[in-house]
Design a binder for this molecule. Sequence first.
Ligand SMILES: NC(=O)c1ccc[n+]([C@@H]2O[C@H](COP(=O)([O-])OP(=O)(O)OC[C@H]3O[C@@H](n4cnc5c(N)ncnc54)[C@H](OP(=O)(O)O)[C@@H]3O)[C@@H](O)[C@H]2O)c1
Length: 305
Amino acid sequence: MHVLITGAHGQLGSEIQRCVERGRSEIGPISDAWKVALIDYAGSADLDVSSIRSVDSWFESHDPYDVVINCAAMTNVDGCEKDFSRAFATNALGPMNLAIATERQGAKLVHVSTDYVFSGEESGARLESDVPCPISAYGRSKLAGEGLATSRNPRTFVVRTAWLYGLEGKNFVKTMLRLAQAHSRVTVVDDQVGNPTSASDLAHELLALSLTDAFGTFHATCEGTCSWADFAQAIFEEFGIECTVERCSSAEYLAAHPESAERPRFSALDSSSLYAVVPERMRTWRTALFSYRDSYKSHFGGNHA
Ligand SMILES: NC(=O)c1ccc[n+]([C@@H]2O[C@H](COP(=O)([O-])OP(=O)(O)OC[C@H]3O[C@@H](n4cnc5c(N)ncnc54)[C@H](OP(=O)(O)O)[C@@H]3O)[C@@H](O)[C@H]2O)c1
């Protein structure tokens, strides 16, 4: 099996590499098929997914692929608002370019998307059949990417995840740990609810799903929901840090940070249809956070990332 991971140095791409090298995620062992897979890990400097030339030249200079897992994205939600053309190029044209290249080779494309394709106005966890209605430039660019990928390669999996954190790269957990080093209290939004999701759990599901032919759209998040403020509180509890979480509303946060993008109020995803294909379930967000603390401490030692 010849596999390409794009955006390989981001938090998800790095976690996939870690899982493959160890033969397991934090959920458990991954399939033995990955032990014998030949995997190319391409960072943004090696392969710019937004450029059809870069994608074509990469595919022309490598043996045909069986699976491509697209972890490349512009994930800076506020940055996407300011530079929609770059967001669209990366998050929409990128998956389209990969879909065209993989379709030519009969390869599968695993494309990762987001809960931010939903408006967050509805109550109840969103199903794959629910109609998306993004309220941010990031969400619009990602939704366009889903459609462009699936329309160009019928052998595409779109996997929507949420509130992702891993060991490499930037994420909310690391931001809270960093802020707590300098401040005794942090102000965090309490009226946006979602599913904090471990990159290790998501990597496990992607590696398993990509061995199947169950093409289509899936939701894949850790189980359970909380607000950002609850998440911050849990991070400080798990890491044994004394830092007070001051809860604020989205309106208060927007007033203090007028340049920031609007985010969905309730963007929880229902991942149950994934488990008809991949039996190993993702953990609860709190269980995953507990084991992330151990992974974080053994990865970074006593230092913060
Ligand atoms: N992070 C979240 O909370 C979250 C939530 C829901 C869904 N997702 C989705 O999950 C996926 C993985 O996210 P992540 O958190 O791992 O993101 P990440 O840490 O920001 O990594 C994204 C990677 O993509 C690379 N990249 C950016 N533009 C590129 C381009 N034009 N060509 C090739 N590579 C490019 C980046 O490289 P450079 O750093 O060199 O630019 C980076 O290494 C994305 O599809 C994202 O939309 C993430």
